[in-house]
Structure formats: C-alpha cells, structure tokens
Design a protein around this ligand. Structure first.
Ligand code: C2O
Ligand code: CU
Ligand code: CU
Length: 429
C-alpha cells in the first residue's frame, strides 16, 4: 500500500540568541530557527521528502547521520547547496527505531557549520521493532539531549580557534539543546534520555553525580538486545545512546561529564580527558507519574553476519589521513558490491583520539585487538571511538542502494580531523 509522502522543510539560516550572562545576543546559525534544528520524527516504511533551503551566506549541505539511504540523498560534500538554493532529497525510511541526527557536511567546513549551531535530531520509529513499553512522550518522558561544548568571547560570540590542539578545540561552556546551565523538571518516574554527543572534538564520559547506574537501552542504530547497567558511558563526537533513568519524587539528580579514559593518548592536557562538568540537572516533582516496567522482546536484529563476509579491508587513521591519503573529492577510495558483507579492520595508528564513522550502514563490532567488545559497543552502530593503536574489526553489509557515480563517506568524526582530510569515499555498485 502506498502511503503519503512525508514532506518536511528545513531552512539553514542566520540568527541570534541571548545567552545568560552575556552582554548581548550571540550570533548563531540554525535550521528553521536561530540555533540547532527541529527534531524530525520519521516512521519506518514512510517516504520522506525534505526540502532544505540554504539562507546562509555560503554553501552548506545537510547529512542524515546514521540513515540508510541512497548516496545522492545522503547530504555529504557532493550535495552542496548554494546560498539561496533548495535541495530536496527523497527516500524511504528502511531501518529500525533509533536516534539519528542531521548536520552539515560541506567539504572542509563541517566543524565551523556545526559549531555555529547547525545540528538536529531524527527520531526513527518502527512499529515492527519491539519498542513495546518504553517512554515515548516527546519532551515529557522521552527527552532528547544534544550535548555540545563551545567557547564564547567576552562579547558573547562563538569562537572556534585552531590552536593546534588535538583533537580540536575544546569549549569551556557546556550546552544542552543549545542552553547553558540546563535543567529539566521531571514529572514521570521513568525517563528516557536520547543522548547525542554533538561536540566537534570532545569525547564525553557521562555519569550521575551520585554514582548510581544508568540503564543503557540503545546505541547509535537502535535498541540493544538487552539493557545494560552502566555507571559511566563514553561517547565520542557523533555517537548516540539512549538511557533509562528512574527517579524518586522530589529528588534532584545531576548528569555529569566525568573524567574520560581515552586510551593511550599522548596529549592529555588538550584532550579534555581530565575535565569534569555539569551537564543537566533533573528535578523530580513531588509527585511522579508511575511508569510501567520497560520491556521489549528479543529483536529480529539484522546485524551483519561476519560468516557472510566476502572480503576485508584495512583502514589506518593517522596524521589526518586514512591509509596515508587525504580526502580528495574526485578520488574513489573503495568500491564495494551491493548485497555483500565485508569486514573493515580499522586502526587508530597514533596516540591521538580518533573515531570512525561510515555513512549508510549500521555496523557490528566484532572485536577490539581480538577481544570481544563491551556490551555497550555490541549493538548497531555507525560511529566508534578508536582508542590509540588499537584495531577494531567491524562488519558491514551494503544493501538496497547502489550508485556507481555517487560516493558515501567514511571518516573521523572529530570534525577538525574530518575537515583536515581524514575522510575517504566509497561507492556501492
Ligand atoms: Cu555525522 Cu559524515 O557525518
Ligand atoms: Cu554520517
Ligand atoms: Cu580523528
């Protein structure tokens, strides 16, 4: 049966916001508003058409991070939108329920555009996935958190310096959904937080100030097979997680950024690994709506099967290159075949934080230096933090969309690195 097409309009535009303690308005960019962008809710099976208009003074693009879709609709650097122009990708939503996001991807300019404020969430719903009983009242018990760090000058303007620090600029101001000092009045006994590390460079380790555990239920590409209890959760830029948190009436709980174990990183002072910060204060009402026990059934998970792999490829991330090469818009780095499964062996070749993101697919992590992945990394994912000098074996399956003329991207999601060339292109044929 043919359903109607879901039509959405987004406009990338200039704007300004008044932040607390700042002498005047902060100049920002946003989608259909001054800062960040609306949360898009899409359902599996529906056709979606998004008209993206660029009202910025320079070209941009909009990439649907985590989405399975044709390369020409992906919004990478080849889908540049000129100032004043509108780009209208269309595709059918064909993946499990998940928290995805969208952000610009202009060649060499992604860090600047995201830092200025261009980012938003996509909530994918899927009747067929076993979301059974999970909090899903948007903004009430199902709450998105876009966590980002920024720096502001004395006039309140956003500053993005490149002082040579690795892995990029770390801001001293934490913003959650574009706000400083964010808090949430909670009315339900059980909260679902959909967390995006939307920072340009900072890897975060999240935890509760009182040390109690969070229940992680989903990673980048959808629900985990079973919930896991974690007292801390590391998320690199671009990664998402969904967690459940039960609250008692009247209590205040603080979500914090804790010290981060980045692995054997040589430049600890600049990586922000030792920073701690407040992220969000949750203030429970004196009376809370009771919540049902969250449940979901075993999934018909379609994580790629390593037994089906037809070949493997190696990727070494080092010195703003992948396999010694910097991004070249006119060079195709990898050619993969539609309907096949591959193993990608991805190594962080140096003592600098990196991450690895692949467009179009949700991947399975097979092992890290031969060891089974921790449970929080064992679900469907499109972005992985790469600890220095470790090798991650990922399983990928390329389905449904082939286009010999239009590549997808794979890259480090630390945006200074991505812009500096740590990105490659693959086509599916
Ligand atoms: Cu979130 Cu190629 O990016
Ligand atoms: Cu992406
Ligand atoms: Cu990197």
């Amino acid at each position: 049966t043919e359903r109607g097409v879901r039509r959405i309009a987004l406009t990338a535009q200039e704007g300004s916001i008044q932040l607390p303690g700042m002498p005047g308005p902060t100049r920002t960019w946003g989608f259909s508003g001054p800062f960040l962008g609306p949360t898009l809710r899409l359902r599996r099976g529906e056709d979606v058409e998004i008209a993206v208009t660029n009202r910025l003074p320079e070209p941009t693009s909009v990439h649907w991070h985590g989405m399975h879709l044709p390369a020409a609709m992906d919004g990478g650097p080849h889908q540049s939108i000129a100032p004043g122009a509108t780009w209208t990708p269309r595709w059918q939503v064909d993946q499990e329920a998940a928290t995805l996001w969208y952000h610009p991807h202009p060649h060499g300019g992604t860090e600047r555009h995201v830092h200025r404020g261009l980012a938003g969430l996509v909530l994918l719903e899927d009747d067929r996935s076993e979301e059974a009983v999970l909090p899903r009242e948007y903004g009430a018990d199902d709450v998105p958190l876009i966590i980002q760090d920024r720096s502001l000058d004395a006039d309140g303007q956003l500053v993005l310096r490149d002082d040579g620090a690795e892995p990029g600029m770390l801001g001293d101001t934490i913003m959650v959904n574009g706000m400083i000092g964010a808090y949430l009045e909670v009315r339900s006994a059980l909260l679902r937080l959909r967390i995006l590390n939307g920072a340009t460079a900072r890897t975060l380790t999240l935890g509760l100030a009182d040390g109690r555990a969070l229940t992680m239920i989903a990673s980048d590409g959808g629900l985990l097979d079973e919930p896991i209890e974690l007292t801390s959760l590391r998320l690199a830029p671009g990664e998402r997680a969904e967690v459940l948190l039960a609250l008692d009436p009247g209590e205040t709980v603080r979500l914090r950024g804790l010290r981060t174990d980045l692995g054997a990183v040589a430049v600890p002072a600049t990586t922000g690994a030792h920073d701690e910060c407040d992220i969000l204060e949750l203030r429970a009402a004196p009376r809370l709506e009771p919540a049902p026990e969250p449940v979901w059934q075993a999934r018909q998970r379609r994580l790629p099967d390593p037994a089906e792999a037809v070949r493997s490829r190696g990727f070494v991330l080092e010195g703003r290159t992948i396999n010694g090469r910097r991004m070249d818009m006119s060079r195709i780095d990898e050619v993969v075949h539609l309907g096949t499964t591959e193993i990608w062996e991805v190594t962080n070749g140096e003592a600098v934080p990196h991450s690895f993101h692949v467009h179009d697919v949700q991947m399975r992590l097979l092992d890290i230096d031969g060891a089974a992945p921790p449970p929080e990394l064992a679900g469907p994912k499109d972005t992985f933090y790469l600890e220095p000098r470790r090798r991650y074996r990922l399983v990928l399956r390329f389905e449904r969309y082939a286009d010999p003329h239009m590549p997808y991207m794979h890259h480090c999601h630390m945006l200074l690195h991505e812009d500096g060339g740590m990105m490659g292109q693959f086509v599916v044929i």
